[in-house]
Write a protein that binds this ligand. Structure first.
Ligand SMILES: NC(=O)c1ccc[n+]([C@@H]2O[C@H](COP(=O)([O-])OP(=O)(O)OC[C@H]3O[C@@H](n4cnc5c(N)ncnc54)[C@H](O)[C@@H]3O)[C@@H](O)[C@H]2O)c1
Length: 345
C-alpha cells in the first residue's frame, strides 16, 4: 500500500505517516516545510521544523519537499498512491487575516489540486476541515458557567448551519475546501471525505498562540513561561488526541463511506482553556502565570462534536480522555525542552 500525506511533516501529518509506516506501507510525506507559522511561536524555528522531519526520515518515510499549490508535481506523486490524506494547510485564523493570499492559495487552491488528484486517479482521499466553518454565532447559543461556556444540547451535528457570524479569511478558505469536497462527492461519486476537526493535541505539536492551544499551554507551563488567555478562558472544546485522529482516517479508508463528518471527542472530552491549564498545573504540581487579553476576532467560544454520523458510517469514536492525552503531551515536552527555548525571553 502507498500512502501520500500532504503536510506530512506537520503535527497531524507526522502521526499519520508514522502510523502507516509502522503498518508496513510505503509512505510519502509531501510538505513544503514552510517556517511561516513556526516563526511566530518564539521557539527555535530550525529545531522545530526538523524535529518531525528527522524522526520521519529515521523510520523510513520518504520526504518530498514540494508544494500542494504545484498541481503537476502533486499529481505525479498522487497517481502512484492508494490513499491520500490531506493535512497540509494554512491553519491559523490570525495568519489568515494578515496574509489572505497565502490562506487562499494554500487552503482553497491547494485543496482543489488534491481533489483533482482524487478525481483523475479515483484515489480514496480524506481532507482536514475544521469546526471553525460553523462560524462563531454559536456564542449566541451559550451560557457562561463557572469555568466554561455551556450549551444545550451539548453536542452539535453536521446539520448545524455553516459560516454564521463574523467571518475571517480562514472561515472562507476552509469552508470553500469543505464545500468542494461535498461537491465532488455529489458530482463525481468519489470515495472521499471532509473531516470537520475539533481542537487537536498530542506530541510533536508546536502549539503557539495562533494554533494548537493545548500544546501551547503545555509547553509554556513546562518551560515556566507566562500563558496568555484571550477572552475569559471559558472557551470550551471537545479536544481530540492525535491517535484518535489517525484512527479516524484509517476508519475512513476501511469503510470508504464518502461524506462530511464532525470528528471530535464529543461531550466526554469537553474542556475549557482554564480547565485545561488547571489540569496541566495538577500534572506538573506547579502554578502557571496567566495573563489575560481581550478576545480575538473570529474566536469560537464553544464547540462539541456530535459524532453519531462517524460512529454509524465509519464505525469510529474517540477513546483518549483529556487527562491521559495531556499527561502524554506533557511528558513529550519534558523530554524535549531544548526545542522550546526562547531567545531573548
Ligand atoms: N491542530 C488543530 O488543532 C486543528 C484543528 C482543526 C483542524 N485542523 C486542520 O488539520 C490539518 C493539520 O493541522 P496541523 O495542526 O497538523 O497543522 P501543521 O501546521 O502542524 O501542519 C501543516 C503542514 O502543512 C505544511 N504545508 C503548509 N502549506 C503547504 C503547502 N503549500 N504545500 C505543502 N505543505 C504545506 C506545513 O509545512 C506543515 O508541515 C490542517 O488542515 C488544519 O487546518 C487542525
Amino acid at each position: 500500500m502507498k500512502v501520500l500525506v500532504t503536510g506530512g511533516c506537520g503535527f497531524a501529518g507526522s502521526h499519520v505517516c508514522e502510523h502507516y509506516k509502522k503498518n508496513g506501507a510505503k509512505v510519502y510525506a509531501y510538505d513544503n516545510l514552510t517556517k511561516f507559522e513556526l516563526r511566530r511561536t518564539g521557539y527555535s524555528t530550525e529545531k522545530a521544523r526538523f524535529h518531525n522531519l528527522d524522526y520521519l526520515k529515521s523510520i523510513g518515510v520518504e520526504i518530498i519537499k514540494e508544494d500542494i499549490r504545484d498541481a503537476k508535481t502533486l499529481e505525479s506523486y498522487a497517481k502512484k498512491s492508494d490513499f491520500l490524506i490531506h493535512t497540509a494547510a494554512q491553519p491559523a485564523m490570525t495568519i489568515s487575516w494578515e496574509d489572505p493570499e497565502l490562506d487562499f492559495t494554500t487552503n482553497v487552491v491547494g485543496t482543489f489540486n488534491v481533489l483533482e488528484c482524487a478525481r483523475k486517479f479515483r484515489i480514496p482521499t480524506v481532507s482536514c476541515a475544521t469546526i471553525h466553518i460553523y462560524g462563531n454565532k454559536i456564542k449566541d447559543e451559550v451560557k457562561e458557567g463557572k469555568t466554561r461556556y455551556i450549551r444545550r444540547p451539548v453536542e452539535i451535528d453536521e446539520n448545524h448551519p455553516l459560516v454564521e457570524g463574523m467571518l475571517t479569511p480562514l472561515h472562507a478558505s476552509k469552508h470553500a475546501a469543505d464545500l468542494y469536497f461535498k461537491t465532488y462527492i455529489d458530482t463525481y461519486k468519489l470515495p472521499i471525505a471532509s473531516f470537520r476537526l475539533t481542537g487537536l493535541y498530542g506530541s510533536r505539536q508546536f502549539g503557539g498562540e495562533d494554533h494548537g492551544w493545548v500544546a501551547n499551554f503545555a509547553i509554556r507551563s513546562v518551560m515556566g513561561y507566562p500563558l496568555t488567555i484571550f477572552g475569559t478562558g471559558k472557551q470550551a472544546r471537545d479536544i481530540l488526541h492525535v491517535s484518535d485522529l489517525v484512527r479516524s482516517f484509517d476508519a475512513f479508508y476501511k469503510t470508504q463511506k464518502a461524506g462530511v463528518y464532525n470528528i471530535g471527542g464529543g461531550k466526554q472530552t469537553l474542556i475549557s482553556l482554564i480547565e485545561c491549564i488547571h489540569m496541566i498545573e495538577d500534572i506538573l504540581g506547579k502554578k502557571s502565570e496567566i495573563k489575560y487579553q481581550p478576545s480575538r476576532m473570529g474566536d469560537l467560544v464553544y464547540f462539541a462534536c456530535d459524532t453519531t454520523k462517524a460512529k454509524k458510517r465509519l464505525r469510529w469514536s474517540a477513546k483518549v480522555m483529556p487527562r491521559q492525552g495531556i499527561e502524554e503531551l506533557v511528558d513529550w515536552v519534558q523530554k524535549n525542552t531544548s526545542l522550546f527555548e526562547i531567545k531573548n525571553g
